[in-house]
Write a protein that binds this ligand. Structure first.
Ligand code: M6R
Length: 603
């Protein structure tokens, strides 16, 4: 969701804030803004649209300030306008916010009745007005933050600056927030993501919920202090060094981050296999050996949910252990049946997805262990898990998730294998090596996929189909296409088409059928059914299959040989390329598709 950055120190805060916001823009790009303390006044510059618009304004004005906060917005309350852009400020304070204030409507009514005025339609401004109201009563900033924060409900993170000092204040509830400092340069930072602080803050503090953090800088030192809501000093934070590196923040020679991330997959697979089979990761997987459970509850959202659907098959087919997969926003409200001898497994790239975190909390409350498959080490999901299985994907910038999916599925597969047998099985390593080699080969020549994209990109709708282990890939292929190409796409189980969706088929609709070597004849009949209705057929199927190739309008041949478990990942990469090239022809913003944000930290 929204990206937040704050700075105080001897340098020009504008540089670090804009650099941080640029790194976080993939989290939200409806508008961007900055508030700077200049000559004892709070000056706000903000603009609707991408960060580029704000940067232009800053280039014209060239402001200098030692203290400031910035924000990139993904709108929740209030339209996408410059007025609704953050920061929100008045004569005393300025605030940036990530999250939702659930009781904002009621609070705003009360505040309006008391005579307070609002400049925006946002829920965030309610916090600013509350803070101002309490400050006018107490003249105490910490007390006012505490009172305002205790008055609001919902999950949020706030960073606050005041006219009267150069301090940075922040507080959060179930929303990501980190504080960083650099003792050498005497600078302090705040952000919604450690990624924004790479190269700036070698030390990162992770405050827990409802801890007020105050960063200040003097001629001699930089200090970060933590307080409970009763204003007593707090120790509820973790200190960690920021080990992330900068090479992940550029596209290199690729046109888009998404393309770069698709291409990274082969080598990331090799690294992950080495980590879990030969290096440090082995210990955590060995702990799973002979693990008994009455069942797995997998929960996740979006692409991570699709990864969960593939992993469910591993637990059921390899381990013969029951596994359910739920969309996190459904699971948390369905009063799920959870028994103590079961395990909750949460899958998330960011580790900050609000609905997934709520499921983790629910499982923990009900006393069942919480495991996670997660990319961001130190994220909320990571910190609250009993066991973490890191996917080591590096930073994923493309809003459309690609490499995270691949490594989530591979991690799930390795977990399943380590429950069942030893990881020293040479077949296991061979299959993973084959997977990375096949993906590398696919990446080395995408001419055919590009040509197919050219022929179909203007069609009215796309139906992805697959059976068994390829059904989740049909869902994922459709999601990828709709989110980056803005076209209507649906994923169906191949055998389900004739139970309704086949009514959609005509010459304007494309059926992208995944045909694995398994259940081949059955899927061929489904293709015939679509052809009979003049649907355009793109088949992703086994190489050297003239019969299916003949039936198809376009054929993407893949070598399934030797990939009995991991072929879904391989097929998915072909569909990632197809979605990418269709989106390119459509001219959409591939890395930052409209209306989306990378990490969905609101419910
Ligand atoms: O960070 P997470 O893996 O928890 O995110 C879950 C979904 O929001 C995410 O996969 C989303 O569906 C992507 N945009 C898909 O490409």
């Amino acid at each position: 969701m929204c990206g937040i950055v704050g700075y105080t120190g001897p340098g020009n805060s504008v540089h670090s804030i804009i650099e941080g916001l640029s790194r976080l823009e993939y989290r939200g790009y409806d508008s961007a803004g900055i508030c700077l303390k200049i000559d004892n006044e709070l000056q706000i510059l903000k603009k609707e649209g991408k960060l580029e618009n704000l940067k232009k304004l800053i280039n014209e004005q060239k402001p200098f300030s030692h203290t400031g906060i910035g924000h990139t917005r993904w709108a929740t309350h209030g339209a996408v306008t410059t007025d609704n852009a953050h920061p929100h400020g008045n004569e005393l304070f300025a605030v940036v916010h990530n999250g939702i204030i659930e009781n904002a409507g009621a609070l705003k009514k009360e505040l309006l009745a008391e005579g307070f005025l609002f400049k925006s339609q946002t829920d965030s401004e309610v916090f600013l007005v509350l803070l101002t109201k309490f400050f006018k009563q107490s003249n105490n900033v910490l007390q006012s933050i505490s009172k305002a924060f205790s008055t609001i409900t919902g999950n949020s993170a706030f960073v606050i600056i005041e006219k009267a000092s150069d301090k940075l204040y922040c507080i959060k509830r179930s929303a990501p927030l980190v504080v960083g400092d650099n003792k050498e340069t005497r600078e302090a930072f705040v952000s919604s993501d450690p990624f924004a602080l790479i190269g700036f803050a070698p030390c990162i503090y992770f405050p827990q919920d409802s801890v007020i953090c105050v960063s200040s800088v003097s001629d001699a030192e930089v200090s970060v202090n933590f307080y409970e809501l009763d204003l007593k000093p707090s120790t509820r934070y973790k200190l960690q060094s920021n080990a992330m590196t900068m090479d992940t923040t550029t596209k290199g020679s690729y046109e888009h981050f998404m393309l770069k991330e698709i291409h990274e997959q082969a080598s990331l697979i090799d690294h992950l296999a080495a980590y879990y089979i030969k290096n440090e990761g082995r210990k955590i997987l060995d702990e799973l050996k002979n693990l008994k459970t009455a069942g797995w509850h997998l929960t996740a959202c979006g692409t991570a949910w699709h990864a969960g659907l593939v992993i469910k098959n591993y637990f059921e087919q390899i381990n013969r252990q029951p596994a359910s997969v739920d969309i996190a926003s459904e699971f948390r409200y369905k009063n799920p049946i959870l028994n103590k001898d079961e395990i909750g497994l949460f899958i998330s790239q960011s580790g900050e997805t609000a609905d997934t975190l709520a499921c983790q909390e629910l499982c923990k409350e009900r006393g069942i262990p919480a495991f996670s498959i997660v990319n961001v080490e130190g994220s909320t999901l990571f910190r609250n898990s009993d066991k973490n299985f890191l996917i080591h994907a590096g930073v994923e910038i493309g809003v459309a998730s690609t490499k995270a999916f691949t490594l989530q599925v591979l991690t799930g597969f390795l977990m399943s294998r380590s429950i069942q047998a030893t990881l020293d099985d040479s077949n296991l390593f061979t299959e993973i090596q084959l997977l990375s080699a096949r993906i590398a080969e696919l990446c080395s020549d995408t001419k055919l996929i590009k040509e197919i994209a050219q022929k179909i990109y203007n069609k009215k709708g796309f139906i992805f189909t697959g059976r068994g282990k390829y059904f989740p890939i049909a869902l994922e292929g459709a999601l990828k296409l709709k989110e980056i190409a803005y076209v209507h796409a649906e994923g169906y189980a191949a055998g389900e088409l004739k139970h309704g969706p086949i009514a959609l088929i005509d010459e304007h609709i494309v059926n992208i059928a995944i045909v694995g070597p398994e259940l081949l004849e059955k899927t061929v009949s489904n293709i015939e059914e679509v052809k009979a209705r003049r649907g355009r057929m793109v088949v992703v199927g086994p190489q050297n299959s003239p019969e299916i190739e003949q039936l198809s309008d376009h054929y993407i041949p893949l070598n399934f040989e030797g990939l009995p478990n991991l072929s879904p990942i391989y097929v998915n990469v072909a569909l990632q390329f197809l979605a990418y090239h269709i989106a390119k022809l459509k001219g959409t913003d591939i890395d930052k598709p409209r209306n989306l944000a990378k990490s969905v930290t609101v419910e």
